[in-house]
Ligand binder design. Structure first.
Ligand code: F6P
Length: 321
């Protein structure tokens, strides 16, 4: 009898550690008697029939690689009933036992829609934004966090030398999860996130007070979801008379060698996704909650909002005096 087949898709924005997750699914899948198929460029590869068989050796030397060797993309077609029905038909024709979708929010929605049509779909959260409900941490987040912290450490050198204010823009879509963690680890003076409304007058006073207190630089970690960082910096300069510069960390946050923590998370998540499919389960997101592996219905994950850690935000405020 032929082996059952599992399909793998990396979807949405790439995140460091996606390759480590694919490697884990392939190897634990083969260990459990499955054949593995990797679709190219996210759901587009599924719709266009672009895929290849993944073997134990085809994922050799990938655990340490950033990006995704399967390539990725956002696929608007999957949001239409025509695209969705086509995907369901292809998966049934290919006789796939199930599909593991590695990605962020958009990928979860597609996996949920497929599940509703009787396809066994398991989600692995991968996004530098760490904005997925049902997991304390997404694959790639720790790597992006370390990349951004290293960058701010460097910015701090030049900021100190010139007694300057820097507004550093951090990715995160409409959330400030990454910005909060970066801000805490880099010891920034202020973070601006969509989740917390700030009082501009108080902010300007705080900045002025910083220099009065003997600081030689001020760094503001600014979440991209708050709007233009350039405009914000201009307003700060106008209202404080300070020398303000902007540094948008941009896409360097998405690339690079995954950290050990990201690799471990990806490896463990991948193995659990295979375990769930072997048990015949579907519509589950593999995550980590309070240090333990957790499974959350994908439909719950997409209809719930992850909470912002306001306690850490308040701690940061106290640390920045
Ligand atoms: O979701 C990851 C992310 O990098 C966000 O932080 C950012 O808003 C977005 O993707 C950028 O998307 P794109 O790759 O389409 O430019």
């Amino acid at each position: 009898m032929a082996n059952k087949k599992i399909g793998i898709i990396t979807s949405g924005g790439d995140a460091p550690g996606m390759n480590a997750a694919v490697r884990s699914i392939v190897r634990t899948g083969i260990y459990n008697g499955f054949d593995l198929i990797g679709f190219k460029r996210g759901f587009k590869g599924l719709l266009d029939g672009e895929y290849s068989n993944l073997t134990v050796r085809s994922v050799s030397g990938t655990i340490n690689l950033g990006g995704t060797k399967l390539h990725t993309g956002r696929c608007p077609e999957m949001k239409t009933s025509i695209g969705l029905n086509k995907a369901v038909k292809i998966i049934k024709e290919m006789n796939l036992e199930g599909l593991v979708v590695i990605g962020g929010d958009g990928s979860l929605a597609a996996a949920n829609a497929l599940s509703k049509h009787g396809i066994k779909a398991i989600s692995i959260p991968a996004s530098i934004d760490n904005d997925v409900f049902g997991t304390d941490e997404t694959i790639g987040y720790d790597t992006a966090l370390n990349t951004a912290v290293e960058a701010i450490d460097k910015i701090r050198d030049t900021a100190n030398s010139h007694d300057r204010v820097f507004v550093v823009e951090i990715m995160g879509r409409e959330h400030g999860f990454l910005t909060l963690a970066v801000g805490m680890a880099a010891g920034v003076e202020v973070i601006i996130v969509p989740e917390v409304k700030i009082n501009r007058k108080e902010l300007y006073m705080q900045l002025k007070q910083g220099f009065i207190n003997g600081k030689t630089s001020l760094i503001i970690a600014y979440a991209e979801g708050c709007g233009s960082s350039v405009q914000f910096a201009q307003e700060v300069a106008k209202n404080t008379g300070m020398d303000v510069r902007v540094s948008n960390l941009g896409y360097i946050q998405r690339g690079g060698t995954p950290t050990a923590r990201t690799r471990i998370l990806a490896s463990v998540f991948g193995a659990h996704a295979v375990k769930l499919l072997k048990e015949g389960k579907s519509n589950l997101l593999v995550g980590i909650t309070n240090g333990k592996i957790s499974y959350t219905p994908i439909k719950t994950a997409i209809s719930s909002e992850k909470t912002f850690d306001i306690e850490s935000y308040n701690i940061l405020k106290k640390l920045s005096i």
